[in-house]
Design a protein around this ligand. Structure first.
Ligand code: UDP
Ligand code: MG
Length: 316
């Protein structure tokens, strides 16, 4: 029989966290989801870990048939890992969470209750966000939040929190999206009718370090900016029109100046350089942005798989 609740957890080099995660998670599940009508399954994706994570997960799965481990062939990133697990879910309600215990498993029943109330997507809203996450980690999240709000038109306080619950049909809809760069919280909202947030506790990373370097974050940023809207391209055109207009006015001004001061000198040259450099910079940004869209089109037309599953492990 299909379970009621599916829990999805991406794992990348989390050997220090797995034992605590498993014990806290199994406590919560035993406490809240023990009747037969509320059965559960857990799907771990091992996203190409290079430490003992996979071995530890397999050890857990050996003794517990409700645990499934999706083994990736290499590291494909958190969101691909979640998709890899989504492909395996069978529950009616799907909850995602991070393995590093920043999202307390004890909050899961609260999210599930909200879905039962009738919401399609329930996001966690991290309270007391740990600001000893480095500056490079918190600052980009703020930008991510702001941009996602704009581009998806759904107001949520916290798009970055991966402790989230979805009704199964939302997950199925997301699985139909073949584009390779998908920011799951934003994607989910584009299919949901009723979205809400519940405050959840937020802890420090229990052990290990964040798997997000600055570069991965910049990548995520581009994903968001380009996969949900054409707004950046439209802004480029608007900017082009405005600068062209300014340039034209400047030209008129210079002509007029020539008439008033026919002996006019070349003193404006350096100002002109400054202006020129500014616009050259803008052009590079514009090219980069265009290139970003074209690169993404290229990736989409190649239509390679988003990830490769080496094996799905489950005890019988
Ligand atoms: N993760 C993953 N693949 C990656 C990077 C991260 O599966 O390439 C997992 C990681 O094991 C954790 C979750 O995604 O369970 C969130 O990662 P992390 O805590 O490093 O992100 P942060 O909390 O800094 O956003
Ligand atoms: Mg974390």
């Amino acid at each position: 029989m299909d379970p009621y609740l599916s829990i999805v957890i991406p794992i990348f080099n989390e050997e220090e966290n797995i034992p605590a995660l498993w014990s806290r998670l199994s406590n919560v599940l035993a406490g809240h989801f023990s009747d037969p009508g509320k059965s559960w399954e857990i799907i771990f994706t091992d996203d190409g870990s290079r430490d003992r994570s996979l071995a530890m997960l397999l050890e857990i799965a050996k003794g517990e048939p409700r645990v499934k481990v999706v083994e990736f062939s290499r590291n494909y990133g958190q969101h691909s890992a979640i998709f890899g697990a989504f492909a395996e879910v069978r529950g009616q309600i799907v909850v995602t969470l991070d393995a590093d215990l920043q999202n307390p498993p004890e909050e899961i029943p609260k999210l599930v209750a909200k879905v039962e109330e009738g919401f399609d997507v329930v996001g966690g809203w991290r309270q007391g966000r740990q600001h000893n996450d480095s500056f490079f980690r918190t600052m980009p999240s703020k930008i991510v939040n702001a941009i996602t709000r704009k581009t998806t038109g759904v107001f949520l306080h916290d798009y970055g929190c991966m402790l989230r619950a979805y009704r199964r049909n939302i997950v199925d809809a997301m699985l139909l999206c073949k584009e390779r760069s998908s920011f799951i919280p934003a994607l989910a909202n584009s299919f949901a009718k009723r979205v809400t947030e519940v405050p959840v506790a937020h802890a420090e990373r229990a052990a290990g370090t964040s798997k997000y370097g600055l570069w991965k974050l910049i990548n995520l940023q581009f994903d968001l900016l380009t996969s949900f809207s054409l707004l950046p391209l439209q802004m480029l055109s608007v900017f082009g029109v405005i600068t062209a207009a300014i340039g034209f006015l400047l030209f008129l001004g210079l002509v007029a100046y020539r008439f008033v001061h026919p002996e006019g000198t070349a003193q404006g040259v350096f100002t002109l350089f400054a202006i020129l450099f500014f616009f050259v910079g803008c052009q590079f940004v514009a090219f980069g942005l265009l290139g970003e869209y074209i690169g993404r089109i290229y990736q989409e037309v190649r239509d390679r798989p988003r990830y490769m599953v080496k094996k799905v492990h489950q005890a019988q």
